[in-house]
Design a protein around this ligand. Structure first.
Ligand code: ATP
Length: 319
């Protein structure tokens, strides 16, 4: 292939810019032309496309979000939308596409592949909820952002000798919660993969206080419940002052960590290598620190493995 496109889709994630930069610079290095598509599949259908060069990705490495913008498109999910998208790609002479996004975006990529258009997908989402890869772009940054927030909240919680429930992102996967619970020394953790046992949690909080703990931090993944609702229940059951903090979009923003920039750079490079060799219909992933790729459909069908060991560790260390 000599002419490729790149877009970001779904929720933005820190490190997406590093992936775009890697795609553009690798393509230029390999004497390929590269086109940036704005606003995900929505912009693709509308033909919001500009050629990119080495300079158009200068000074973006440290920036969160995505310079190509992102969007969600219902029209793209229809046959009419898909046809329009493929038509636009053909008009621009684009032969292959790199899609950076979450599993919804991968389904869109698969739809294009099934209609004969080669796509390579790169996992960019803070949730780390993509089964085929051990890590997604943005996850490490989100974990560090949450950790910073936990440490700040800890100061005030300790001063007031309270319990604080911190609600973090993770609708289906508790990865952000597990990692930040371990890194932030949380006293409790609630995630969608594990049934909620409020009584057990409250017992632990009380036992901790009886042993002399001056505060308790509970990390709650959004898929496991609402912090504001738990606040009342825990206060009632423990008889201790309890507060809720919902971190929300703060977890999505900020400069990517070195780990995310390096991961994104490696994945972007690999995606272009695949397209250069006329290989599409792949998802780029990382396994045992090796960049690998999988068939998109197979990748989407893989069950997300729950990291039981890490969860157990969080529980053991939270006593
Ligand atoms: P995140 O995990 O950060 O939310 P995502 O990529 O999963 O990212 P979605 O909103 O699910 O985000 O998907 C982004 C876009 O991908 C959608 O707006 C739609 O255009 C396309 N898409 C999602 N699901 C499908 C599907 N089943 N078939 C075709 N296209 C889809």
């Amino acid at each position: 292939m000599k002419r490729i496109g790149v877009l970001t889709s779904g929720g933005d994630a820190p490190g997406m810019n590093a992936a775009i930069r890697a795609v553009v610079r690798t393509a230029v290095y390999k004497d390929m032309q590269v086109y940036g598509i704005r606003r995900g599949f929505k912009g693709l259908i509308k033909g919001e496309i500009d050629q990119m060069d080495v300079k158009s990705v200068g000074e973006i490495l440290h920036r969160g979000g995505t310079i190509l913008n992102t969007a969600r498109s219902e029209l793209f999910k229809t046959e009419e939308g898909l046809k329009k998208a493929i038509n636009v790609l053909n008009v621009f002479g684009i032969e292959g596409l790199v899609v950076i996004g979450g599993d919804g975006s991968f389904r869109g990529a698969l739809d294009l592949c099934e209609r004969g258009f080669p796509v390579v997908a790169i996992p960019g989402t803070i949730d780390n909820d993509i089964a085929c890869t051990e890590q997604t772009i943005g996850f490490d940054t989100a974990v560090n952002t949450v950790l910073e927030a936990i440490n700040k909240i800890r100061d005030t919680v300790t001063s007031h000798e309270r319990t604080n429930i911190i609600e973090v992102m993770g609708r289906h996967a508790g990865d952000i919660a597990i990692y930040t619970a371990i890194a932030g020394g949380a006293e409790g953790i609630l995630i969608p993969e594990m049934p909620l046992d409020i009584d057990k949690l409250c017992k632990r909080i009380i036992e901790g206080r009886n042993r002399g703990k001056s505060s308790s931090i509970i990390i709650l993944a959004e898929g496991a419940g609402k912090a504001v609702e738990l606040e009342k229940i825990i206060e009632e059951k423990t008889g201790m002052e309890t507060r809720a903090t919902v971190l929300g979009y703060i977890q999505r923003g900020g400069s990517p960590t070195a780990a995310d920039i390096i991961l994104a750079s490696r994945m972007g490079y690999h995606a272009v290598e695949l397209l250069e060799n006329d290989i599409g219909n792949r998802v780029v992933a990382i396994r045992r620190n090796q960049i690998v790729d999988y068939d998109i459909k197979e990748a989407l069908d893989m069950p997300k493995e729950f990291n039981q060991d890490l969860y157990n560790l969080a529980l053991v260390l939270s006593i």
